[in-house]
Ligand binder design. Structure first.
Ligand SMILES: Nc1ncnc2c1ncn2[C@@H]1O[C@H](COP(=O)(O)OP(=O)(O)OP(=O)(O)O)[C@@H](O)[C@H]1O
Length: 563
């Protein structure tokens, strides 16, 4: 084996041209189950593991004319070395590399990630210790080369999970079609083991369980907080964090979503930002688990929402009223259909298209805000929803009203660093500031404030949205839009091209804050897909309030641009 010395570290900028081909390690190994060397391996600075089959044990790797196959370590989630004292050759050592490259399926035109694991046998020496040392050198170098590009670069806001690390996993066994737990066991858990990520699994037993767990648990035990569920569980976790006295530090602990729900909008958005096409179902789950295994995290904006009834909620995805929210709620009964529930719900509600009367105002994203001295003050009355205990869960359109589950109030605790002020909002008793825009129409079919690209796994409502673009993407459909036009809009939304239809009833404006005052209590509102009673609501964006595990983006250089 030959270890090249000198040069810059893997992932470091400024490497000379041609440095990618530079061979860092090379050697002859047996591809398990073979013990005898039958493969020549070389590991390049450009993070490729080149493998050339040898007909016989040839000493000089480069002289072979056999075809070379390559594993890109960008797809690698882990590598470890080991010895088997009960194996056929006690002095042999091994290293196994785990990769998840994209591969086309014969039944599908798109490519998705598939597992490739290769184990190589090191038998260069008669000494077990020497073979172990070689296997460990290879495993360590492969792991280093597999790291996403270094977050040390200037202006970077990205971070990496430490290794080894431990994460908290909250899993909702009821989310989606109810398969989150078996999917975690069969798909996610093996990948976490391969990536050397330990976890503590909490299976939620009821609504608000995740909220309460995240608010109460000692967070120093974990390096990241993972939701294996739909978007609703992550929403609960975020609100649990924001109720903690130490919320300022805990919001810097990366969150992660592993899609187990039916909408999976945040997971689909993260996948979209990474530039890898539109995945659904298990392909999306494997890609998001791959993101977690790679460990890259970056800042994410949150929206602070305030209701006229005095609640304060934090939202990572969307707030809505009207058609889109009603589809979300009404299609609950078709939960077993997975994401198809939204298509069924859309066609069902189109037959009885409703109009919602309300006053909508907003602060455009490009408007400079004059200093306000009447913004929402800090203080315990503004603690993130001490009233979340009035949790609404329920069905709609089947004659039953949402059930209110009342839990005991939580005593206010002193909050380290105070509360987060909503500097752009004024109390509901006051009119919106003069520099805000008040929408002249007061009859709507649907209003959606979205802060990520996707409304569902295959609905791209805001294709230009980013994790931290400091904007709420406000979409509203005014009354008068025909059913046929709505079908066209929703079909175009599958490709994110609905705005190119130039439908005069469909409006889009990026904003920093909004206020919605229903003129009649009709239907329900939704926050990240969860039900909220219809009432006046206002909200503002908070830039980079939390962090989220995201995908290494393709084609944007070593690091995404600073946001
Ligand atoms: N064990 C449980 N039983 C019933 N409800 C639960 C349980 N655990 C969590 N919940 C509640 O289920 C609701 C929905 O959860 P989640 O978002 O995970 O799934 P989903 O609605 O299927 O997904 P999506 O938001 O993608 O459609 C949340 O309000 C959550 O509080």
């Amino acid at each position: 084996m030959k270890l090249m010395e000198g040069g810059s570290a893997p992932g470091e900028e400024g490497a000379p041209r041609g440095a990618a081909e530079e061979v860092l390690l090379s050697g002859l190994f047996g591809l398990a189950p073979a013990l005898k060397p039958n493969y020549a391996l070389s590991l390049t600075r450009g993070a490729e593991l080149l493998m050339r089959r040898q007909d016989a044990a040839v000493a000089v790797v480069a002289s072979s004319s056999a075809p070379v196959s390559a594993l890109s370590l960008a797809d690698c989630i882990g590598c470890y070395a080991f010895q088997r004292h009960d194996g056929p050759e006690p002095s042999a050592a091994y290293f196994t590399v785990f990769c998840y490259p994209f591969k086309k399926s014969w039944w599908d035109s798109g490519a998705s990630r598939h597992r490739v694991a290769k184990t190589f046998c090191v038998l260069a020496s008669a000494e077990a210790e020497e073979n172990r040392r070689v296997a460990e050198t290879w495993a360590r170098t492969i792991r280093e080369l597999a790291l996403p590009p270094s977050p040390k670069l200037a202006g970077a806001t990205n971070g990496l999970l430490p290794r080894p690390c431990r994460v908290m996993v909250l899993l909702n066994p009821q989310s989606g079609s109810g398969r989150a737990l078996p999917l975690f066991r069969s798909q996610v858990q093996p990948m976490l083991t391969e990536a050397n990520i330990a976890f503590d699994l909490f299976v939620t037993e009821k609504p608000t369980h995740a909220w309460d767990l995240v608010r109460e648990e000692d967070m120093s035990r974990w390096d990241a907080l993972v939701a294996m569920a739909g978007d609703g569980l992550l929403y609960e976790m975020i609100n649990g964090i924001m109720e903690r006295p130490d919320w300022r530090s805990v919001t810097q602990k990366p969150l992660c979503i592993l899609p187990g729900g039916s909408g999976n909008a945040l997971a689909a958005s993260l996948n979209h930002y990474a530039g890898k096409g539109n995945f659904v179902k298990e392909d999306l789950l494997i890609n998001c688990t791959y993101f977690l295994c790679k460990g890259l995290h970056e800042p994410m904006d949150l929206v602070s929402l305030r209701t006229a009834s005095g609640r304060r909620l934090f939202s990572c995805l969307s707030f809505g009223w009207g058609f889109v929210s009603d589809v979300d709620i009404a299609s609950e009964r078709y939960r077993k259909l997975g994401s198809a529930r939204f298509t069924v719900g859309t066609f069902q509600l189109l037959t009885t298209l409703q109009v919602y009367k309300g006053r909508l105002s907003y602060l455009p994203a490009d408007e400079q805000s004059p200093a306000s001295d009447s913004s929402f003050p800090t203080g315990t009355q503004n603690c993130p929803s001490a009233e979340h205990h009035q949790h609404h869960q329920g069905s709609f359109d089947n004659g039953t009203l949402p059930v209110r589950i009342l839990l005991p109030p939580v005593p206010p605790s002193p909050r380290e660093g105070g509360d987060l002020e909503d500097s752009l909002l004024v109390p509901f008793e006051q009119p919106v500031p003069k520099h805000w825009t008040v929408v002249p129409e007061e009859e709507f079919v649907s209003i959606v404030c979205i802060y990520q690209s996707h409304l569902g796994a295959d609905l791209i409502l805001a294709p230009n949205a980013k994790l931290c673009d400091d904007a709420i993407h406000l979409f509203y459909l005014t009354a008068g839009v025909s059913r046929m036009a709505m079908v066209k809009i929703f079909m175009a939304m599958e490709r994110g091209t609905h705005l190119t239809l130039n439908n005069p009833y469909l409006h889009y404006v990026p904003v920093k804050a909004f206020r919605l005052e229903p003129l009649e209590p009709k239907g329900f509102m939704t926050v990240d897909g969860e039900v909220l009673a219809c009432q006046p609501v206002q909200g503002q964006i908070h830039r980079r309030l939390t962090r989220i595990i995201s995908g290494p983006s393709e084609g944007l250089g070593p690091l995404r641009k600073e946001c």
